[in-house]
Design a protein around this ligand. Sequence first.
Ligand code: UDP
Length: 372
Amino acid sequence: MHYQNVIVGAGLAGLTIAERLANDLNEQVLIIDKREHIGGNVYDYSYNDIMVHKYGSHIFHTNNREVWNYLNTFTSFYPYQHKIKGFVDGQFIPIPFNLNSLYMLFPIRMAQELESILLKHYAYGSRVSIIDIQKITELTFLSQYIYEKIFLHYTLKQWQCEPNKLDSSVLNRVPIIISKDDRYFYDRFQGIPMQGYTKMCENMIDSKYISVQYNTKWHEVKNDIKYNRLFFCGAIDEFFDYEFGALPYRSLEFDFVCFEKEYFQGSAVVNYPNNYDYTRIGEYKYFLDSKSKHSVVSFEYPKAYSQGDERYYPIPNQESQVLYQSYKAKAEKLKNVYFVGRLGEYRYYDMDKVISRALSLFDEIYRDSKKK
Ligand code: UDP
């Protein structure tokens, strides 16, 4: 069979490109996905009348108005503002660590003193990397405490290595906040699709030009499919048959449990940096403020990725970047084949960045198509 466009992967990257090609260029698109459902890792479904996220909590947040407006054509968003608590020294403190966390964990005099040193170095309201705070001698006690109690053991569980073995961008995702604002994200736009991510994804590709085949692996059909353009949103190392070796990933396992109580915990996500084998527990009814006498939570267990597992995270370090660059160089030599998304570009992307990247790739293609 011949198609104008073939997209491998029905996650946000693939769906965005499919939607643009169909609705802006009126081009025919075939999407294939090895899973039995749409949405990639943002897929959600109703479990005892509560919308749960099969691959873990996804909170949409962005400062990018273009991306926000784009998604708002397929869904409205419930104005949810994410908050995470971390279980540290027997207390549920705000994560990212902020001035409220400081006052919860230390005796008041000590907290006041530490706060005034912080405010000597940083403006009220600033977001500072733990790596920066570690450089300030006066704050050695505090930085060591935060590093040990919040970052070190969580990172060991999540990545199976110490933070300094990862690109600093990983820890910088979670700054220290010099204010009393307990939110996890400070982006201008934030929320949860009102009828869920799955519905939003379905709306994106509601077009006569788009067809989808689930339960279909690329390597099983690639010899039977011809295309003008291929957008590959699967793992780039797999695409090239692991020619230079397998790229490393981290995987996760989720244990979903329904409790016969109205709420299980005090916020949508509670991190357990230092206790248990799971990193966090997500409680889904918070996202859309669902009302019920029961509650569904997921216990999230990080695990090493081995072939056949779900790939959740590329591992951002120097070694994996070197390996990825060899695949990227090879990819760039292919004509009319584009690698997109967390797995295609081997990047620890957030949802909005994936969409933004897919939209700009489409813009390039659109411009080229108009030149011809
Ligand atoms: N992190 C941590 N302690 C926490 C939260 C995060 O050490 O309580 C570190 C950890 O290395 C984690 C990274 O910061 O993988 C990024 O956290 P984020 O919440 O952004 O992870 P995601 O939701 O993308 O899994």
